[in-house]
Design a protein around this ligand. Structure first.
Ligand SMILES: C[S@@+](CC[C@H](N)C(=O)[O-])C[C@H]1O[C@@H](n2cnc3c(N)ncnc32)[C@H](O)[C@@H]1O
Length: 346
């Protein structure tokens, strides 16, 4: 019998008990700047050299680097009297701050914010609500007031949102041929990372990011360069303000923040503003119809519980919301990565 199925040796359970040790090792190595220092040095370094460069204890650093080797985030070469450490290709690409595909800010947000909410997961399940009050001492009556409890927190959240679209964005914007849609609004478009993927895939389309006023100001200041020609901005509140007319509305990771009732309210508004023949593209992590997975979406749904008012949903649940809001011709595309796409037409 393979060790996976051996009840005398519960490997899976032992691994899961220690899962947070893995996350924390990754968080600490990023926070301390291990991958950046190894990149900057251009050559393998010993634990003593890394410790000196980052101002840490040598013993602590040696243990951390060794664990990173075990996690295949670093490689180690044994020399005469010391071990030398280097980045792997994966670490260089995703864990260094300067890489265009860096996940550094996402890792920071997981470490400093999400991890703290997950400390109260049991309470969240018991109470059926998010845990901002316990984790950060702020009321979550207005969800985005809580998430954006300071300008600094808002920038960190926007960096978290930004990073994944350099990795999965092209898959979701090309899951359907969106070229017939020339005027696109990205509702809750945040930093604009998905909008950029969209304009690069569809050279004849413009994308306008519709988001809360302070998010739009920050997006322009921190996340946009002068050559983002076909990306525009619109300041507004998608629950309170009227939505401009468009051929296509993108709602990426929006409905998962909200209850069914609020999601329906928003989709109905979108349907009212949408040009005839236009559509809506939902981008979300879809759950399987039989609750069998994918594990990432299942865990994200718990994350929505500890952090938001919403949940991850099945394709059939989004279809029901879209149909009730008036949309038709609903098509679902799984991308094989974290986020999937649903296109519906007016
Ligand atoms: C979970 S984020 C998703 C961001 C982006 N669509 C993405 O996938 O990277 C939710 C976004 O909705 C925006 N948002 C929340 N409430 C809003 C409202 N009432 N009106 C407009 N935008 C809002 C937030 O500022 C944030 O940018």
């Amino acid at each position: 019998m393979s060790s996976e199925n051996n009840v005398d040796y519960p490997r899976k359970i032992l691994d899961y008990v220690e899962g947070f040790l893995v996350s924390k090792t990754l968080f600490a190595s990023c926070e301390l700047g291990v991958y950046d220092l190894l990149l900057a040095s251009g050559q393998p370094l010993s634990a003593a050299e890394v410790a000196r460069g980052l101002g840490t204890s040598e013993d602590g650093m040696e243990r951390l680097l060794s664990a990173c080797v075990g996690l295949q985030l670093l490689t180690a070469q044994a020399g005469d009297d010391k071990v030398l450490y280097s980045n792997t290709e994966m670490s260089k690409m995703y864990l260094t701050k300067s890489s265009p595909r860096s996940l550094f800010h996402s890792i920071q947000y997981n470490s400093k914010t999400i991890y703290l909410c997950w400390h109260y997961l049991t309470d969240a399940v018991r109470e059926g609500k998010n845990q901002y009050e316990k984790a950060f001492g702020v009321s979550s009556k207005d969800l985005f007031e809580a998430l954006y409890r300071s300008d600094e927190e808002m920038v960190k959240f926007m960096q978290l949102m930004n990073s994944i679209w350099n990795i999965c964005g092209k898959d979701v914007v090309t899951a359907f041929d969106l070229s017939p849609f020339k005027t696109i609004y990205d509702l809750g478009g945040c930093s604009g990372a998905l909008a950029k993927q969209c304009t690069s895939a569809y050279p004849e389309s413009t994308v306008t990011i519709f988001d809360l006023p302070k998010v739009v100001c920050t997006a322009k200041e921190h996340f946009m360069s002068a050559d983002e020609g076909r990306v525009f901005f619109h300041k507004g509140d998608f629950f309170k303000d009227s939505l401009p007319e468009a051929d296509l509305y993108i709602l990426a990771r929006i409905l998962h923040d909200w209850t069914d009732a609020r999601s329906l309210e928003l989709l109905t508004k979108v349907h009212r503003s949408c040009k005839p023949g236009g559509g809506v593209l939902l981008v979300e992590a879809l759950l399987n119809e039989d609750n069998s997975g994918p594990l990432t979406a299942q865990l994200y749904s718990l994350n929505m519980l500890v952090q938001t008012e919403g949940r991850e949903r099945k394709a059939s649940e989004y279809t029901a919301l879209l149909t009730t809001a008036g949309f038709a011709n609903i098509q679902v595309q799984r991308t094989g990565k974290i986020y999937d796409a649903i296109l519906a037409r007016k």
